[in-house]
Ligand binder design. Sequence first.
Ligand code: RNT
Ligand code: ZN
Length: 416
Amino acid sequence: MTRFESAKEIYARYGIDAERALNLAAGKPISIHCWQGDDVVGFDNPDGGAGNGIQTTGNYPGKARNFEELKADFLKAASLVPGKKRINLHACYAIFTQENPWTDRNKLEYKHFAPWVAFARENGLGIDFNPTCFSHPMVKDGLTLSSPDEDVRRFWIDHCKASRRIAQQIGEELQDKVMNNVWIPDGYKDTPADRLSPRKRLKDALDEIFAEECPNVIDCVESKFFAVGVESYTAGSNEFYTAYAATHPNVYNLMDAGHYHPSEPISDKISAMLLYFQYVPLHVTRGVNWDSDHVVSFDDETREICKEIVRSDALDRVLVGLDFFDASINRVAAWVIGCRNFEKALLWALLQPDDELKAMQDRGDFTGRLMLQEEAKTLPFADIWAEYCRRAGVPEGREWFEIVKQYEDEVLKKRG
Ligand code: RNT
Ligand code: ZN
């Protein structure tokens, strides 16, 4: 008997079907963010780097400097992660060539992303999209869509419209639905004199952005409470976007795990949102104090998020995107660690004795519920995970790191 077979038997004693868990995990697509590969720099302003609303820290050598390098790094990372994948693009990753020279963000078109679509097709990936409303001189006083300056607002409205059209065409090309997620950094460092007007301007801007029919697009707006530099006020708060989404068909509030109070987990919000919305889009990341973007860990909250998705029978309604960027460690390894951890948490959640736990809760057996939750933690999960990796053709354990280190020596270290 193999370790997997023995583990499967132990799980069966708890009423858990390991084969079913393996199949469901393998079928759930995860949108992997391209921006971990180059610290959210993109291709439209290579000397500029991230800034104006977003921050990465660290200067580990070897970041991807262009389309070819980013594709290669992404594929290297993806080859070490089990499960179904999408690639999450930002508008700043537009591809400029001699035929399609640089153009500003308000004028971007599908053609600037056609090479990404070819890449996705070649590698069996879905695509998701994001307008890039940061790291650009038109971010004025930290504001974009909520700015009192009409030219600033116009620029970003046009950019968001362009992004939606691009997402729509990507969806048509791939015969798929494409998420287009609007995140803006707009907020104030210190106590605002007027909280209402920026939100009113943001609301009007969104109405214009979403006016055009885009049947292949799932429109998302990403909420946030505060960040470094905008400690006192963020225009696109959770209440603002939840209410906006509730009153606008096909618009969804995207919840990022690092965007709320450190003790305010998004795992608790998923069920509430599922009762009212067709889709619940997430950015799975790891908040650490005031920062939202650490590499995803196999931690309690990531597992709780996955348990909520599984227990709510919402694998096809909770849209999972990853969103972390760490420039202080090997970027390919960061991708692999974060993606594998999400996959692990998902598989782990699919291996919980949910039916029995729910029954215990409903008959008021809270002692039994706690007992079983705790006993389930030490079931032989590692053997099922190893089988999941084996079936996906990726390394089961730490061997993947040798592959990344070799890639670092042969490829990453040779970059300027
Ligand atoms: C920032 C948001 C946003 C970005 C990406 C790059 O706080 O989380 O999702 O991380 O769009
Ligand atoms: Zn995010």
